[in-house]
Ligand binder design. Structure first.
Ligand SMILES: Nc1ncnc2c1ncn2[C@@H]1O[C@H](COP(=O)(O)OP(=O)(O)OP(=O)(O)O)[C@@H](O)[C@H]1O
Length: 239
C-alpha cells in the first residue's frame, strides 16, 4: 500500500487507481498533466482534491468517472476496470455505481426537480412509478420535499445544487464524484451543501471524491490530497 495517498483503514475499497498517467499529444511534444498517481478510496470515505487552476483535478475526476481514459495505469471502481469496458457497458456501469455533481448543476431546465431526478432512474430501466417514489424520497432527504414541482429556474442556487445532489444519489451509487460542488454558492449555502454531503456519507456509506478550491471545506470533509506538478500529495491533517 502506498501510505501517502491510500486510505489508512481496512474498509472495502471503492476506488483503486494504480500508476495513472495522463498525457496529451501536442504536435511533436507530449504534455504530461500528471504521472504515476495511485489512490485508494474506501466505502464511506471522503477525499478532497485541491490544487491550483490547471493542476489536473478535473482531468483526474474524469478518469475516475470513466469520462476519459488514462494514458497508462489502471482504475478500478467497485472492483471493475472502468477504462477497459465497452462504451455501452461503461454507460450502464456509471449509471449504476457512480454519481456526478458539477459546479454548474446541469439540470434540464424544462423539467421539474422531481423529473430531473427521476430521469437518472428511468435511464437505468426503472419503471416511472418506482422512479417517482425514489425521486420523492431523495428530494425529501436533501430538504426539497416541498419543491418537487419547481423547475430549475424556479429554485435558488443552493436548491438547484441540492437537486443535482439528489440526482447523483438516487440510484444509491457506491461513489459520488463532485467537481466544485459549492463553487457557485454563497458561504452559507455552501456550508449547508457541505453538511448535506457529510450526512449522506455517514448515513449511506457512500465514498465521495470532491474537487474544490475551498480549503476549509476540504479540511472538514476528511482526507485532503493536493495535486501539484503532476503528483498527488497528502496534506497533513489540520490540528
Ligand atoms: N483535451 C486537452 N488537450 C490538451 N490539454 C488539455 C486538454 N484538456 C485539459 N488540458 C490541460 O490539462 C490541464 C489540467 O486541466 P484541468 O481542467 O484538469 O485542471 P483543473 O485543475 O481542474 O483546473 P481548474 O481548477 O481551473 O478547473 C490544463 O493545463 C489544461 O489546459
Amino acid at each position: 500500500m502506498n501510505k501517502d495517498t491510500d486510505m489508512q483503514t481496512d474498509v472495502r475499497p471503492v476506488i483503486e487507481c494504480r500508476n495513472l498517467t495522463r498525457t496529451y499529444k501536442e504536435g511533436p511534444a507530449t504534455l504530461t498533466i500528471f504521472s504515476d498517481i495511485s489512490l485508494t478510496v474506501g466505502a464511506g470515505e471522503t477525499v478532497a482534491i485541491v490544487g491550483s487552476s490547471g493542476a489536473g483535478k478535473t482531468t483526474l475526476l474524469n478518469l475516475l468517472g470513466g469520462l476519459d481514459k488514462p494514458s497508462t495505469g489502471d482504475i478500478s471502481i467497485c472492483g471493475e476496470q472502468i477504462h477497459r469496458m465497452s462504451e455501452a457497458r461503461r454507460a450502464r456501469f456509471r449509471n449504476q455505481h457512480l454519481g456526478f455533481v458539477y459546479q454548474f448543476h446541469h439540470l434540464l431546465p424544462e423539467f421539474s426537480a422531481r423529473e430531473n431526478v427521476m430521469l437518472a432512474c428511468t435511464l437505468g430501466g426503472m419503471s416511472v412509478r418506482e422512479a417517482g417514489q425514489k425521486a420523492d424520497a431523495m428530494l425529501d432527504q436533501v430538504g426539497l420535499g416541498e419543491r418537487l414541482a419547481h423547475k430549475p429556474g424556479e429554485l435558488s442556487g443552493g436548491e438547484r445544487q441540492r437537486v443535482a445532489i439528489a440526482r447523483a444519489l438516487v440510484n444509491e451509487p457506491e461513489c459520488v464524484l463532485m467537481d466544485e460542488p459549492t463553487g457557485n454558492l454563497d458561504e452559507q449555502t455552501g456550508e449547508s451543501v457541505q453538511r448535506l454531503i457529510e450526512g449522506l456519507r455517514d448515513r449511506l456509506g457512500i465514498a465521495f471524491v470532491v474537487v474544490t478550491h475551498d480549503m476549509s471545506m476540504a479540511r472538514s470533509l476528511g482526507r485532503v490530497l493536493k495535486l501539484e506538478q503532476g503528483r498527488l500529495h497528502p496534506l497533513p491533517v489540520a490540528s
